[in-house]
Design a binder for this molecule. Structure first.
Ligand code: NAD
Ligand code: IPM
Ligand code: MN
Length: 329
């Protein structure tokens, strides 16, 4: 069993250290390797996704990723950390990003399309100064992520909400038609559609009302931060990026949190729960996943970090998780 860790930048390495300790306690036999991604990779190897990182990921059974982004390189043209993340997602073709929100009557799964749309369309500047970002989807890209969502809904409460902006966008009209065409294949799933603005409002009004939401890349990015804020907060939101049988990537929803990076107070919950998703879906070790989720629940109840109203720092939270894994309490 081979796991590649990509800690990345900012709080990425801080929260990854706690996940690595937990994985080592649960899977001492696993071979783990750490590789560079993001700003650190640009500094050391001149590329946000160095070839050696990509090759190690392709050879792995699972990839665990922290977060990338840095004031030094982000939000500009030229090599930048976020492009390294997009290339990793695209190269591994992890097109279905599962972002669960659980707790207090909430059991929501957002399925975000991850390798298409605005993120991957051409962008540039016309001679007259007009700047453009192209939004495009092929029906096959829609069908494969919708299939994932229908299947998930079938295994859950049987309710699927597809979110688009079909009153404005051609891509959304095709999205809706494609999802509708597939619905008869899933007679046990009740399919509904909502426009993204209405969906955002409904989420805020009552997040408990949803089962599975499927949507395109940009809408999924935004709706999943809303869902996270309405449940455990960004510090607790985990995700799984899944393809069709290749290596999958597991990563928190949050970023590098430059405002708290280096102070040792980041909540490692999202990172630890992403490791639990890796154990469950990437490595088929459900018992270890259950144990890790129970240990994290215990730490959140007894040693919460500042963002969840407590005083524990990252390491103290991780210590509690490890103690729970060793003693079961
Ligand atoms: P962010 O998610 O990094 O932070 C948003 C807010 O949430 C901040 O106040 C931060 O302190 C808080 N927060 C986030 N994670 C936390 C944690 N584990 N514990 C406690 N508090 C936490 O979003 P941002 O500030 O908009 O982005 C910062 C950088 O991260 C940008 O460069 C962005 O591109 C990048 N980013 C990367 C990823 C990724 O690698 N998957 C995801 C989101 C943002
Ligand atoms: C996420 C992040 C990334 C995204 C950023 C870092 C570009 O916000 O994983 O949600 O938008 O995909
Ligand atoms: Mn995001």
């Amino acid at each position: 069993m081979r796991i590649v860790y990509l800690p990345g930048d900012g709080i990425g390495p801080e929260v990854m250290a706690e996940a690595a300790r937990a994985v080592e306690a649960l899977l001492p036999e696993a071979r783990v390797e750490e590789r560079l991604l993001g700003a650190e990779a640009i500094d050391q190897l001149g590329d946000a996704l160095p070839d050696e990182t990509l090759e190690a990921c392709r050879d792995a059974d699972a990839v665990l990723l922290g977060a990338v982004g840095s004031d030094r390189y982000s939000w500009r043209e030229g090599p930048n950390p976020e492009d390294g993340l997009f290339r990793l997602r695209q190269e591994l073709d992890v097109y279905a990003n599962l972002r669960p929100s659980v707790g207090d009557g909430v059991d929501l799964m957002i399925v975000r399309e991850l390798v298409g749309g605005l993120y991957f369309g051409s962008r540039g500047v016309e001679p007259d100064g007009t700047v453009f970002d192209r939004l495009e989807y092929h029906p096959d890209q829609v069908a494969r992520v919708a299939r994932r969502a229908f299947e998930l809904a079938g295994q859950r409460d049987g309710r699927l909400l597809s979110v688009d902006k079909a009153n404005v966008l051609a891509t959304s009209r095709m999205w809706r038609a494609t999802v509708d065409e597939m619905a008869p294949e899933y007679p046990d799933v009740q399919l509904e559609h909502l426009l993204v603005d209405t969906a955002a409002m409904r989420l805020v009004e009552d997040v408990t009302a949803f089962d599975v939401i499927v949507t395109e890349n940009t809408f999924g990015d935004i709706l999943s931060d809303i869902a996270a804020a309405l449940t455990g907060g960004l510090g607790a939101a985990a995700s799984a990026c899944l393809g069709d049988g290749g290596v999958d990537v597991f990563e928190p929803v949050h970023g590098t949190a430059p405002d708290i990076a280096g102070t040792g107070v980041a909540n490692p919950t999202a990172m630890l729960l992403s490791a639990a998703l890796m154990l469950r879906y990437g490595l088929e070790r459900p018992a270890e996943a259950d144990a890790l989720e129970a240990a994290v629940a215990s730490a959140r109840a007894e040693r919460p970090t500042a963002d969840e109203g407590g005083t524990a720092d990252t390491r103290a939270f991780g210590d509690h998780v490890l103690a729970h894994l060793r003693n079961g309490s």
